[in-house]
Design a protein around this ligand. Structure first.
Ligand SMILES: Cc1cc2nc3c(=O)[nH]c(=O)nc-3n(C[C@H](O)[C@H](O)[C@H](O)COP(=O)(O)O)c2cc1C
Length: 238
């Protein structure tokens, strides 16, 4: 939705020129031999929430699934995602492709509600997974009715380490670490630790894998031996 993208007619900017969006979608579907999916918002602004019609038009272009983020472009990330609107898209009997709902899902309970109340075929989770990629395991359990899984700190550290390694493999050491910083900064794993400020700064400034890994090892070790402690009210929110 950001101005430098949408202002050029790209990204959510395509919602301002639906004929062109449909033309691009059809052209992509024709050009490739793999399934094409679309992700879009509900419309450009409150006066143009056209997603119900648009969903059908996109399906007619030959896409194989549709994700709807329940906000307009004008909302950016303010307000709440409009899940009633997403449900209305799904209620259309002419829509036969899978519909994936997106926006503001942060817990297993909310993910489950998206299926139960709004009838979507899938959910997509963005911000809540930043720094907490293990959230998908809790969400999957809530959706399938299994018990909430106990995910230990050791597992969470292992997941973050893997994320760092994969990010480095995908790009390079320095930029891979730059990419991961915002995830570490947002991670609930490091929230509520007493006197953590200096360590947090070093963690977010580390520029090599070895440096970052040594800091993570130290934090993990200190948490496990209770040398450093989390505020108990914060722990419950992780
Ligand atoms: C850092 C960041 C990067 C994003 N990049 C993209 C992107 O490249 N393409 C896209 O369709 N949406 C992108 N989004 C939007 C998310 O996919 C999602 O639609 C939005 O965050 C709402 O879902 P959420 O409430 O679960 O975060 C991005 C969001 C964030 C926070």
């Amino acid at each position: 939705p950001v101005k430098k993208v949408a202002g050029k007619g790209a990204g959510a900017g395509m919602l301002r020129d639906i004929p062109k969006m449909l033309e691009i979608t059809s052209a992509v579907v024709k050009a490739v031999n793999i399934p094409v999916t679309v992700k879009t918002r509900t419309g450009w602004d409150a006066d143009h929430r056209i997603i119900a019609t648009l969903a059908e038009q996109l399906q007619d272009c030959g896409i194989k699934a549709l994700t709807v983020h329940g906000r307009t472009r004008a909302q950016m990330y303010t307000g709440r995602a409009d899940w009633e609107m997403i449900a209305r898209v799904k209620e259309n009997p002419r829509l036969t492709i899978p519909l994936i709902g997106n926006g503001d899902i942060t817990t297993g309970q909310e993910a489950r509600e998206a299926f139960d109340r709004y009838g979507v075929d899938g959910v997509m989770v963005g911000r809540a997974s930043i720094g907490a990629p293990w959230i998908f395991r809790s969400m999957k359990a809530a959706i399938t009715g299994e018990d909430e899984p106990m995910i230990t700190d050791a597992e969470k550290f292992a997941i973050l380490r893997r994320q760092i390694t994969e990010s480095i493999e995908r790009i390079d050491e320095y930029r891979g670490i730059l990419h991961i910083r915002r995830h570490l900064a947002a991670s609930p794993l490091f929230k509520g630790i007493a006197n953590f400020r200096d360590t947090r700064i070093s963690m977010l400034r580390a520029s090599t894998y070895d440096e970052l890994s040594a800091i993570l090892n130290q934090v993990e070790e200190q948490l496990s031996t209770q040398e450093i402690k989390r505020n108990p009210t914060t722990t419950q929110q992780i």
